[in-house]
Design a protein around this ligand. Structure first.
Ligand SMILES: [Zn+2]
Length: 112
């Protein structure tokens, strides 16, 4: 069995997070001209995460649909509403709802 190179893994993860930042930035910029290209950037970012066993940063998790993996831009192809202590994202492509509670996070801040 091959030995794990922890040092190299750390470097790889750093490179990966930089690439993910760049991909989402580009996806945001190119969306107006070619939305399919920004969907492709999301796909690449997800594949990088899967390969290195990383979880997608929380900021970017909300930028794409969890079912059809399309890049979401509020007001263009997605709708955001606040209901019952949840942020509800509605994808206009696949009509899927993503519900993210926001009351738990607030509690943690109070404890600190
Ligand atoms: Zn969707």
């Amino acid at each position: 069995m091959a030995k794990r190179n922890v040092k190299q893994e750390k470097v790889n993860k750093k490179i990966a997070s930089e690439r993910i930042d760049e991909l989402f930035l580009q996806a945001d910029n190119i969306f107006k001209e070619d939305s399919s290209l920004s969907d492709r950037y999301v796909e690449i970012a997800r594949k990088i995460c899967m390969k290195l066993n990383l979880s997608m940063p929380r900021v970017y998790k909300r930028r794409y649909c969890s079912t059809c993996y399309k890049f979401l831009v509020p007001g263009v192809n997605c709708r955001i509403r606040l209901t019952q202590k949840k942020v509800v994202y509605h994808c206009n492509n696949c009509k899927n709802y993503m519900r993210i509670p926001y009351w738990k996070k607030k509690e943690k801040i109070v404890k600190k």
